[in-house]
Design a protein around this ligand. Structure first.
Ligand code: GDP
Length: 300
C-alpha cells in the first residue's frame, strides 16, 4: 500500500498541486473558482462531481475561512475523500457459497488489461492461500488463451481452455465445473471484449453468466477499464453495465495518466466501487484501491 501511494503520486500529484496552489491564493475570486473547476474537469473528475466538490469547498471556505495552507489542504483532503466515497465495500468477492467455488467474471474491452488483471488477481488470491483455477473464455483470440495460460503457469494455477473459435460459454461452464469438482476456492474467468456489436456482446456475456450459474453463483463481475481512455472508458462502462450486473471496477494503467479523476467519474457513472487499480505492467502491479491512500497521493 505504501507503493500505491508512491506510484500514484508520481503520476497524479499534478492535480493535487494545481488545486492547492489555486486554493492558496490570497483572494478566491470567481476566476479562481473557475480555474479550480477547469482543473478538476481536465483531470476527468466529471461534470457533476466537479460541481459538487466546488460547491462544498466554496461553502466550507466561506464558513471556516482558510487562514493557512495546511487548513486548506485538510479541507480539500476531506472533501476529495468524501467524493471518492469510503463507504463502499471494496473487497473482491472471491469466496463461494454452499461449497461451490467463488466465481469472478472479468469483462471489458480488448486491450484494457483484462488478461493481465486475471493473472495478477490469481497471484493475489494464491498469496492469500486460496486455490485458484483460470477459465479462458476468450476463445476468439488464440493468443488471449495462450497469454492467460502463461500467467497461470507463472502463478502456478491451472487454466481451462477450449478450442479456438469455440463457444465461450461452454469453456466458462467447463472451467466452473472443473473448479467445483476439484474443490477449488475460486475460478477466475477471462472473457472476450469485442464491442463491434452490442447485441453480440450482450448475447455472449449474458450466456456465459447464465451457463456458469448452472454450476455456481457468480460472486463478482469485475469490469476492467483503461484509465487512459477517459470519456471512452466511461462509454464502454455504460455499455457493459447494460449487459451484465457489474459489481466492481478495475482501473488499469493509472500509472500512465495524470487524470486520476476518472476514478471518481466511473464510480459515479456506474454506482459501483473501484476495487483494484493497475499501476504498471508487472506481475505485482495490481493494488487494492484505498480512497484515503489515493487522495493522499493526489495531494502529495
Ligand atoms: P486484454 O486484451 O484486455 O486482455 O489486455 P491485456 O491484459 O493483454 O493488456 C494489454 C496491455 O496493457 C498489455 O501490454 C499489458 O501489459 C498492459 N497493461 C495492463 N495493465 C496495465 C497497467 O496497469 N499499467 C500499464 N502501464 N500497462 C498495463
Amino acid at each position: 500500500l505504501v507503493r500505491l501511494r508512491e506510484r500514484l503520486s508520481r503520476s497524479q500529484s499534478s492535480l493535487g498541486r494545481g488545486l492547492l496552489a489555486l486554493l492558496g491564493r490570497d483572494r478566491l475570486d470567481e476566476d479562481t473558482w473557475e480555474e479550480i473547476e477547469d482543473t478538476l474537469l481536465a483531470a476527468d473528475v466529471g461534470v457533476a462531481p466537479t460541481q459538487e466538490l466546488v460547491e462544498r469547498l466554496r461553502t466550507r471556505i466561506k464558513v471556516e475561512g482558510v487562514a493557512d495552507p495546511a487548513r486548506a489542504k485538510a479541507i480539500l483532503r476531506e472533501e476529495l475523500v468524501a467524493l471518492v466515497d469510503p463507504s463502499y465495500d471494496r473487497a473482491v468477492a472471491a469466496t463461494g457459497v454452499d461449497g461451490t467455488p467463488g466465481v469472478v467474471l472479468v469483462v471489458g474491452v480488448n486491450g484494457t488489461g483484462k488478461t493481465t488483471t486475471v493473472g495478477r488477481l490469481a497471484r493475489v488470491l494464491v498469496a492469500d492461500g486460496d486455490t485458484v483455477l483460470l477459465g479462458a473464455a476468450d476463445t476468439f483470440r488464440a493468443a488471449a488463451a495462450d497469454q492467460l495460460q502463461t500467467w497461470g503457469e507463472r502463478v502456478g494455477v491451472p487454466t481451462v481452455r477450449g478450442p479456438e473459435g469455440g463457444d465461450p460459454a461452454s469453456v466458462a461452464f467447463d472451467a466452473v465445473k472443473t473448479g467445483k469438482e476439484g474443490g477449488y476456492d475460486t475460478v477466475v474467468v477471462d472473457t472476450a471484449g469485442r464491442l463491434h456489436t452490442k447485441a453480440g456482446l450482450m448475447d455472449e456475456l449474458g450466456k456465459v453468466k447464465r451457463v456458469i450459474e448452472k454450476q455456481a453463483p457468480v460472486t463478482e463481475v469485475l469490469l476492467v477499464i483503461d484509465a487512459t481512455t477517459g470519456q471512452n472508458g466511461l462509454t464502454q462502462a455504460r455499455v457493459f453495465a447494460e449487459v451484465v450486473k457489474v459489481t466492481g471496477i478495475v482501473l488499469t494503467k493509472l500509472d500512465g495518466t495524470a487524470k486520476g479523476g476518472i476514478v471518481i467519474a466511473v464510480q459515479r457513472e456506474l454506482g459501483v466501487p473501484v476495487k483494484l487499480v493497475g499501476l504498471g505492467e508487472g506481475a505485482d502491479d495490481l493494488a487494492p484501491f484505498e480512497p484515503e491512500e489515493f487522495v493522499d497521493a493526489l495531494l502529495s
